[in-house]
Design a protein around this ligand. Sequence first.
Ligand code: MEV
Length: 313
Amino acid sequence: MGQGAGFGKSILFGEHFVVYGLPAIAAGISSKTIAIVSRKDSPGWTLDDSRPAMPGYKEKKLDEQKVSIDNVIRFCGIDLSEEGIHIELKGDLVCASGIGASAANCVALARALNDEYNLDFDDEKINEAGYEGEKGYHGTPSGIDNTASTFGGLVWFVRDLEGGPPTFERIKLDRPAYLVIASTGLTASTKEVVGDVRAKKEENPEWFDKISREYDEIVQDAKDALIDYDMNKVGKLMNRNHELLQEITVSCQELDRLVKIARENGAIGAKMTGTGRGGNMIALAPDRETQERIKEALEENGAAGAWIATFGL
Ligand code: MEV
């Protein structure tokens, strides 16, 4: 029996823009998906997916998940034509769009296969396997989700548009920062939303370039503000990043509403996170008490789920 885990993540800055080679900042969260792999006599693979999830999430993602599992197994070079495997998925990461659940699934599976078949993969190789798995969910993943899921922590990430390895570096803070994550309960298809943004970009490249240039300034300032632990500035930049995501049409009423509630209840910044058009939003809190208050306010005002997390250490 082999076992492995993958972290969930929140994108603090740069979803969608990261696909086009702009930097992004993601925070790994401590909740994870665990994969357990055991060999069986019959060929192929079977799956028992008992991860906690938002209603409808697993059903909606099932076809993509199957492709992604095949991709990871192929990347790991495992031949299941005679002796197969049974895969069990569990853990405390609640699957919802925006929390990196698909990447956590891929990374956990790669680690479990590595364990069971003694593949001797280091983290770089696990990350590559995770990236192959992510392709099952959409054709052009930036790689940020699998990277955050493999390494955890706070990550500065830039995709190489030529297909080479991405640039990524760890950002360490002096103290932890307080985050609230809340779900709209709606599941979005990353493939569809990323495809739609691409179509809009191709239709009007000047419009997208102008927004991208502003985003680039935001993310560079955000990196400095995080390193200086200037959370008020980080929060303002998150708010502006949310507006840009509204402009490229990936936010939605439900996300905007939760963002507003978080701000009204003491968040120093709030934005949607991940794919958008449903999924999750994040709010930055100045301290633990406010973090708790924002979480409760979101729960009482229609969030399908709300969680607290810290990042930066
Ligand atoms: C999804 O979590 C983040 C996107 O930017 C897609 C990607 O980076 O592959 C929307």
